[in-house]
Design a protein around this ligand. Structure first.
Ligand code: PLP
Length: 378
């Protein structure tokens, strides 16, 4: 009998529990009593930099905060426009609004559900300061196209790589494509942890210094209570830094397991009528979630739930259809691909500790729903 498979597994950190408790004990009883921005944070930033071709890494309070810090560091604010995808997570639009700038929504591609470079180009006006594409679910946005577009129009490029830490596109790691990229370490992400946290990644040392100041109330780390800029409280937690340092060596293995599960699902679903798996391949992929598309989304979710399989809908509405962001939608603008995605998308469990029997059970249930085959080994 297969166990119930919730979409958000409660045992994500089960094997690291002893490590976590040991770190809490050591830091809690240590003589330093330093709980933010200490030696563990510095070592964690260095270790991440080593996975990112040496780009600077500045950890901070969350992925949302990382976007906020980048926008502020780039001086983006009132009167400016930032092109964002019409389909995606709320921080894409919210951080732009909070900066005082205006989000300009452009539709996503129908296959990858990432910002369409051609539609982003069409959304550029004399007020546009930056493009902010986001990697989505398992697929990186078309960063070479956005890099070329940003260069052609003299725009900043902010890479929302919150969900894609560990992905590599054309040999270049996610996070290192734009003027700056961001990561989120919230529990469910590819390098999630049991707490809130994020990071800014940049190859620009001056931008890194500015972000470092902004995350700690505009102080430069040398002199306390001298505030060079109006900043934020977006500091990184020492317990989480020490925990992530211990888990970093296992990240590649966990990502590879996610990719293998995804490949198996995609092979099982490729010929199913009415089911569209995400684009196959490994280049520019990171299986933070596995999202398929089907016109019968709610029926499939119900069918899987009846077999103890949890699913999740990312995202039930395009961003400009949300009450908070509708006022920023350009009159007459439409997002047919974002609309279609929000009606048809369904995410399946893809966490690395799923067993082969469990993923087979999940794939069987989807195939059963679509009335099809069971002829591929996990
Ligand atoms: C694409 C994207 N950007 C930004 C964020 C924000 O990250 P956080 O939840 O750490 O604030 C998320 C996750 O929620 C996300 O999925």
């Amino acid at each position: 009998m297969t166990r119930t498979l919730p979409f958000f597994p409660p045992d994500l950190f089960e094997t690291d529990r002893a490590t976590l408790l040991e770190i809490v004990h050591d830091l809690g009883t240590g003589t330093g009593q330093r709980f933010i921005l200490g030696e563990h944070t510095a070592r964690f930033e260095q270790a991440l930099s080593g996975t990112l071709d040496g780009a600077a890494v500045v950890t901070c309070g969350s992925g949302t905060s990382a976007l906020t810090l980048v926008l502020a560091a780039l001086g983006i604010g009132p009167g400016d426009e930032v092109v964002v995808p019409a389909f995606g997570c709320a921080p894409l639009a919210a951080t732009v609004v909070s900066s005082g700038a205006t989000p300009v929504f452009a539709d996503v591609r129908p296959d990858t559900m990432t910002l369409d470079p051609e539609l982003a180009r069409a959304a550029i006006t004399p007020r546009t300061r930056a493009l902010m594409p986001a990697h989505q679910f398992s697929v990186m946005a078309d960063m070479p196209a956005f890099e070329a577009l940003a260069a052609r129009h003299g725009l900043r490029l902010i890479e929302d790589s919150a969900v894609a830490q560990g992905a590599v596109l054309d040999g270049r790691p996610a996070g290192t494509w734009g003027d700056a990229g961001v990561f989120s370490f919230v529990q469910v992400k590819s390098f999630g942890m049991p707490g809130e946290g994020g990071a800014v990644v940049t190859r620009d040392p001056d931008l890194a210094d500015t972000v470092r100041m902004l995350r700690n109330h505009g102080q430069d780390g040398r002199q306390r209570f001298v505030h060079h800029r109006i900043g934020f409280n977006s500091r990184f937690d020492e317990v989480m830094a020490a925990f992530q340092l211990r888990r970093l060596p296992g990240l590649a293995g966990r990502l590879a397991r996610r990719a293998r599960i995804a490949e198996y699902y995609t092979a099982r679903f490729a010929a199913l009528p009415g089911i569209q798996p995400p684009p196959a391949g490994r280049d520019g992929r990171c299986f933070y979630v596995y999202c398929l598309r089907t016109d019968r989304r709610d029926d499939l979710a119900e069918h899987l739930a009846a077999q103890g399989i949890g699913t999740h809908v990312y995202y039930p509405a395009p961003l400009p259809a949300q009450p908070a962001f509708a006022p920023y939608a350009r009159p007459g603008a439409v997002w047919p691909n974002a609309d279609a995605a929000s009606r048809s998308i369904l995410a399946l469990p893809v966490y690395p500790h799923l067993t082969d029997a469990e993923i087979e059970h999940i794939a069987d249930a989807v195939c059963q729903f679509a009335g099809n085959r069971k002829d591929i080994e996990p």
